[in-house]
Design a protein around this ligand. Structure first.
Ligand code: NDP
Length: 325
């Protein structure tokens, strides 16, 4: 980023990743009070403007006049929510993304970093997945609406770059978890769903805890605070329209049953975990390579998985009454 004063607008600033970026920026300032960065950070949620609506998007940009945008706002949900609402996921995310990028262009924003996801890659693909493979075949049918809308962000970025020279890029995180996640029973991702349901099980004194599916699918999970640090690094240092995968290393991929055991340990639950194999598993795996990230930022240290789970469980138990349920 240049020495000039920057105004960074974070859309989706009230969500899991947005709150983590806010924490990272606050901690950066606390740790080094002498560090002067010419950056003003603005974190917006849907209360500040509905980004599905072009006029509201313009009003937000008119108010803040951002020079940089981290674009996180999206309709986001777990497997079962996606399966039931593919059309809504496609239409809402298409509207949000088209509005944010078009208004960023109209307001001469210098850089936009948008957010894709490793779950939008083709269903039939060779592993490990890398950044070149996004458009190489249809996504998994369970979340095709979300996936195609996210893929179009990459198309828009390339279009704004080739036609207008804009530096609009995207990052591709693996599954994210951490404080301020969505713990709703209807629409949460696997880790917050398990954390919340196991807390309910403990409160009811039940002897068994049921995981939906076989527990065998493999996933890479990134702690939201690690992802937030990487987002800030991308904003300040990564200058290419080509997307970059932000994921833990391939050897840190874990099964859902390993996740359930880690949550059991963190909760101190004494009962038995059972698996309901009549429920869908989704894609068996979607192993992503972080080789590009490692080649540019090899010294980055990820938080160990069990510590990140423990911290998230502690956060949930301390904040259950104000968490998104
Ligand atoms: P959350 O669901 O926690 O937060 C979503 C954010 O988007 C909230 O701030 C919400 O505002 C905002 N938002 C939703 N709809 C609108 C709208 N119509 N207008 C304005 N703002 C809106 O999501 P995450 O933090 O988990 O996700 C952030 C990004 O990361 C998303 O782009 C997501 O696709 C991507 N991602 C997430 C992964 C994950 O595992 N969670 C994995 C990979 C990528 P409010 O809460 O105020 O309504």
């Amino acid at each position: 980023m240049s020495e000039d004063k920057s105004v960074i607008l974070v859309t989706g600033g009230s969500g899991l990743v947005g709150r983590a970026i806010r924490t990272v920026i606050e901690e950066e300032r606390k740790l080094d009070s002498k560090l002067v960065r010419n950056e003003t950070w603005i974190f917006c949620g849907s209360n500040d403007g509905d980004l599905r609506d072009k006029a509201q998007t313009e009003a937000l940009f008119e108010k803040h006049r951002p020079t940089h945008v981290i674009h996180l706002a999206a309709m986001v949900g777990g497997l079962f929510h996606n399966m039931a609402h593919n059309l809504d996921f496609f239409r809402e995310n298409m509207s949000i993304n088209d509005n944010v990028l078009n208004v960023s262009y109209n307001y001469k924003v210098k850089k936009v970093v948008s957010c894709l996801s490793t779950c939008i890659f083709p269903d039939k693909v060779t592993y490990p997945i890398d950044e070149t493979m996004i458009h190489n075949g249809p996504p998994h049918p369970s979340n095709y609406g979300y996936s195609y809308a996210k893929r179009m962000v990459d198309i828009l970025n390339r279009g704004y770059h080739s036609q207008h020279g804009c530096m609009f890029t995207s990052v591709i995180p693996c599954n994210v978890f951490g404080p301020h996640d969505n713990f709703s029973l209807e629409s949460s991702h696997v880790i917050p769903a398990l954390i919340r349901r196991m807390d309910d099980t403990i409160k009811k004194g039940e002897p068994t805890f049921t995981v939906l599916g076989s527990g065998k699918p493999l996933r890479q999970f990134i702690y939201s605070l690690d992802l937030a640090k990487l987002f800030v690094w991308v904003l300040r240092n990564y200058n290419s329209v080509e997307p970059i995968i932000l994921s833990v290393d391939e050897e840190d991929e874990v099964t859902i049953s390993r996740v359930a055991e880690a949550i059991k340990e963190a909760h101190g639950y004494q009962g038995e975990i059972v698996y309901d194999t009549s429920k869908a598993d989704g894609q068996h795996k979607k192993t992503a390579s972080n080789m590009k990230l490692r080649s540019l930022y090899k010294e980055f240290n990820f938080t160990p998985f069990d510590k990140a789970i423990k911290d998230t469980v502690v956060w949930f138990r301390d904040n259950r009454d104000r968490a998104r349920l």
